[in-house]
Each structure stands twice: as C-alpha cells, then as structure tokens.
Design a protein around this ligand. Structure first.
Ligand code: NAP
Length: 297
C-alpha cells in the first residue's frame, strides 16, 4: 500500500516553528493582500491565508478591489505598500480578473516583500540556483513535504505536468538546482506522448487543474505521485456543498505508487505554511537590513 504523504502534520510542525520565531520578534510581521474581483475561490483562499497568519501571530491587511479596478489603482496600492515600513510582505491573489495585467502587477511588488516569489528578480535568483530570494510557496511546500517523508530527489527522474509561474516552472527550477539535483522534464498542454513521459518518472507531479488527468497507465510501479490540482465541484452531499478533486485518479493510481499525496490534505496545507514562512523571512531580512549602516553614513 502506498505511503500517504499527508501535508497537515508537516505543515503544523512548520507553523509551530514559525509561531515561536514570530513571538521572539520585537514587532510581529505584517502581510498585505490585494484581492481584485469577486471570485468565490479567491475569497476562500484569502480567508484561509488570513486565518493561518493570525494563528502564528502574523498581522494581515486585506484590500478587496472591484473586478473593474484598473491597472493604475492596483499599481498605486502596491506602491503604497512597498513604501510602508510596517508592511513586510505583499501578496496579489491570483488570478487577476484581467490576466494580461499579471506580469506588470507581479513585477510592481518590491522583490524584498514579494512573498509569493513571482517577481522577475526572485524568479531569476531561483533560475540561477541562488536560494536567498523568496521562493514560490507551492514549490517550496512540496519540497518540504518530500523532505519530511524522506523521498529522494537527487539523481531521480522527475516529471512535472504544468508550467505555470505559480507551480510548475519554479518547481522545475528548484528541483533541478545544484544540491537537490533532480533530472526534471517539464510538460504542458503541447507535450506529445505525455503518458509515456509520465511513466518514466520516479517522481510525478501534476499541476494542471484537470480532474482525473493522471490515470493508472501513467505510473511507473512504485513511483511517488504529488497531486497539486484543486478542482472544485458542486456536491450537495458534501460538507459546504462542494467537493474537491485533484488531477490524479486517486483510487486507481494509488495501488501502483510507492507514495502519493491526498487531495485535500496533501500539498494545500504546505502552500499556506510556506507562505507564512516567506512573510517571516521577509520581516527578518528587512529588520537585519535596517540595522546595517547605510553606504553614506
Ligand atoms: P495554470 O496557470 O492554469 O497552468 C496549468 C498548466 O497546465 C499550464 O502549464 C498548461 O499548459 C498545463 N496543461 C493544461 N492542460 C494540460 C493537459 N491536458 N496536459 C498537460 N498539461 C496541461 O494553473 P496553476 O495556477 O499552475 O494551477 C494548476 C492546478 O494547481 C490548479 O488546479 C490549481 O487550483 C492548483 N493549485 C494548487 C495549489 C495548492 O496549494 N494545492 C497551489 C496552486 C495551484 P500550457 O502552459 O501549455 O497552457
């Protein structure tokens, strides 16, 4: 039977460590969140982040802009938070109603406060294997989860399905970096022979958003499978009237795996805990910087 890679206990241990470090700070960290539009999913994600932040002693400031909010309004708000020394981390909840604005908006966050790790500066540091930038939360959370369960990465064949800036691309950069040393294949909607490529993986990670995309014939016997997908369906018989499915057809895939993440309860809690850690890191680095003598002193 496959080992279940449960995220909640690993995330709880990380949150405990963060809470202890936060309580030792003279001023608790503060996270500013911009949510644009009225997506119920975005609202749920934001509420979850705010609750988790409160639990470890991180303060939050939420600004919900209407879907029609323009580029100028968004950039003005980000600029305000960038300049505000009482704000340590800035997060723009994705996706924006106008996705064509995302490059400019993510690029407008101060890289030192970019707790999602989407700014080109932080992506560039990750691409160069320099780990002192802020690393995107889901890739970071997946890495912690694999480490916690002793899943090897070095020398392993890793196949990632999905190349988004949020998950697939930064995860590929991270797992192939020197020191982690995975051999990564990054797949997407134009990849030919996806099933055959997936079958070569020691570690298969799906981050697509397509329920039951990954089926039994896609898995090498004994492989580790990480399911990042979150696909919601209305289901009156479930708590809250909706059901969450991953990208992996769990019941048929799990018997062939050495280890597999559940959905829910796998990657999701790790993403949120990693966000809290990034806010703490941003706060600690900001505090250390303010103690350094200025160049013209
Ligand atoms: P996204 O920006 O829509 O990217 C999806 C990726 O999947 C794209 O690279 C796309 O290829 C690829 N793709 C689409 N259909 C495919 C197919 N049939 N075969 C192979 N590749 C295909 O999505 P995202 O933001 O990365 O999120 C992906 C999923 O992860 C969603 O379900 C999201 O809710 C979930 N998620 C979960 C967490 C968590 O904490 N658990 C965090 C973030 C996201 P192209 O690039 O060619 O379009």
């Amino acid at each position: 039977m496959a080992v279940l890679l449960k995220g909640e206990p690993v995330a709880a241990a990380l949150r405990k460590k963060i809470r202890a470090e936060v309580s030792a700070l003279a001023r608790p960290p503060r996270l500013a969140i911009l949510m644009a539009g009225e997506s119920a999913a975005s609202r749920r994600y934001v509420e979850r982040k705010c609750d988790a932040a409160a639990e470890v002693g991180i303060g939050t400031e939420l600004c919900a802009l209407p879907a029609g909010a323009g580029r100028r309004e968004i950039l003005q708000l980000l600029n305000h938070w960038n300049e505000d020394d009482s704000i340590d981390g800035v997060l723009v909840q994705a996706p924006l109603p106008d996705r064509s604005l995302e490059d400019e908006v993510f690029g407008a966050v101060d890289p030192a406060k970019d707790v999602d790790g989407f700014h080109p500066h932080n992506v560039g540091l990750l691409a160069l294997g320099q780990k002192d930038g802020l690393i995107p939360c889901t890739p970071k959370g997946i890495l912690y989860l694999l480490e916690a369960y002793g899943i090897p990465i070095a020398g392993r064949r890793i196949v990632i399905i999905g190349r988004s800036r949020i998950v697939g691309l930064p995860l590929a950069l991270l797992l192939q970096s020197r020191g982690l040393d995975g051999t990564v294949t990054l797949c997407h909607s134009r990849t030919a022979h996806l099933r055959e490529i997936a079958r070569e993986a020691d570690l298969l990670i799906s981050a697509v958003g397509s329920p039951n995309l990954v089926r039994a014939g896609w898995i090498r016997e004994g492989a580790t499978v990480v399911d990042v997908g979150q696909n919601f369906f209305s289901d009156p018989s479930s708590v809250g009237g909706r059901r969450l499915l991953g990208d992996v057809d769990f019941s048929v895939v799990a018997p062939h795996c050495g280890a597999i993440t559940p959905v829910p309860g796998g990657v999701g809690p790790m993403t949120v805990a990693s966000l809290l850690e990034n806010v703490l890191l941003a706060r600690q680095r900001g505090a250390a910087k303010s103690l350094q003598p200025s160049a013209d002193a």
